[in-house]
Design a protein around this ligand. Structure first.
Ligand SMILES: NC(=O)c1ccc[n+]([C@@H]2O[C@H](COP(=O)([O-])OP(=O)(O)OC[C@H]3O[C@@H](n4cnc5c(N)ncnc54)[C@H](OP(=O)(O)O)[C@@H]3O)[C@@H](O)[C@H]2O)c1
Length: 257
């Protein structure tokens, strides 16, 4: 799908991969709709200078279902072409040590809000026979590491949701792209070591958000169904997919209570 002049909504766009995506999409001259939780005063001007055709900021907390419900009627009027469900939260550590409030909030943002926004915007896209839904999953959806139980469950749900939808949408002019994302150097990546590190030797391979944002935009323009990593992480992913018992043995060797 062409990005030039498209109306693109990115959730979680104030930092990390979401911000890098906003910058890359600005360079590719799209109309940007940016969801964030609090004002980022200089951002709109910065993106316009980089080439964005227009910038609109929506202040919404995706952990609150009622805010999404109130937001949707105005969002529908914008006739969004590309929805990028990027916002996410990380939970981790031994399950019994994770806080239940944080688990509920993470599932709400990582999967419920993603499904809610897709459910809201999809009918308009189908009617216009034009649209792209980009869902942010993770290698954790397939590489089941200890200490990632709740987060991995949310990302496996995103992958399953995207796979089912991709088949449902054939012939409608609307398609999905699922991001099976490797380590990317953001605040979340830094949190992984803090949350998992006490019990698990975390793999450290990572790429920059700017490089990854470029790959995501290329995958949108090439109408890819999934974006999967290459290199060492790609190899680990292949082992997890095709030889799960081998993968489990390797993960167990890096884990201690
Ligand atoms: N970095 C990695 O290694 C990695 C690997 C695999 C997948 N991913 C996925 O990539 C996506 C982006 O993550 P990132 O690495 O860029 O992490 P990040 O720097 O921590 O950014 C997370 C983004 O999500 C937003 N967000 C969190 N809770 C929200 C809420 N309740 N309502 C609205 N927005 C909320 C954050 O906004 P605030 O600033 O308001 O908190 C922020 O913009 C996530 O879905 C993540 O799971 C990342």
């Amino acid at each position: 799908m062409k990005i030039l002049d498209s109306k693109v909504l990115i959730t979680g766009s104030n930092r990390g991969i979401g911000l890098a995506l906003a910058q890359e999409l600005a360079k590719r001259n799209s109309h940007l709709h940016l969801q964030m939780r609090s004002e980022s005063p200089a951002l709109a001007n910065e993106l316009l200078k980089m080439g964005a055709a227009s910038v609109k900021i929506w202040l919404i907390d995706l952990s609150d279902r009622s805010q999404i419900e109130k937001w949707l009627p105005s969002l529908l009027k914008e006739k969004i072409d590309i929805l990028i469900n990027n916002a996410g939260q990380l939970t981790g550590g031994l399950l019994e040590n994770q806080k239940i409030e944080e688990i509920y909030s993470m599932f709400q943002v990582n999967i419920n809000a993603l499904v809610h926004l897709t459910h809201g915007l999809l009918p308009g896209m189908i009617e216009r026979a034009h649209g792209k839904i980009v869902n942010h999953s993770s290698v954790s959806a397939l590489m089941h590491f200890p200490c990632a139980s709740t987060y991995a469950a949310s990302k496996a749900a995103v992958l399953a949701f995207s796979d089912c939808l991709q088949i449902e949408l054939q012939g409608t002019g609307v398609s999905t792209l699922c991001l099976v994302t490797p380590g990317v150097q953001t605040r979340m990546f830094g949190e992984i070591e803090k949350k998992y590190g006490q019990n698990f030797e975390v793999p450290r391979d990572s790429i920059s958000p700017e490089v990854y944002a470029g790959q995501i935009c290329d995958a949108i323009e090439n109408d890819q169904v999934t974006l999967s990593p290459s290199g060492a992480t790609g190899l680990g992913l292949a082992v997890a997919r095709h030889w799960p018992s081998l993968f489990r043995r390797a993960a167990t060797a890096r884990f201690h209570r």
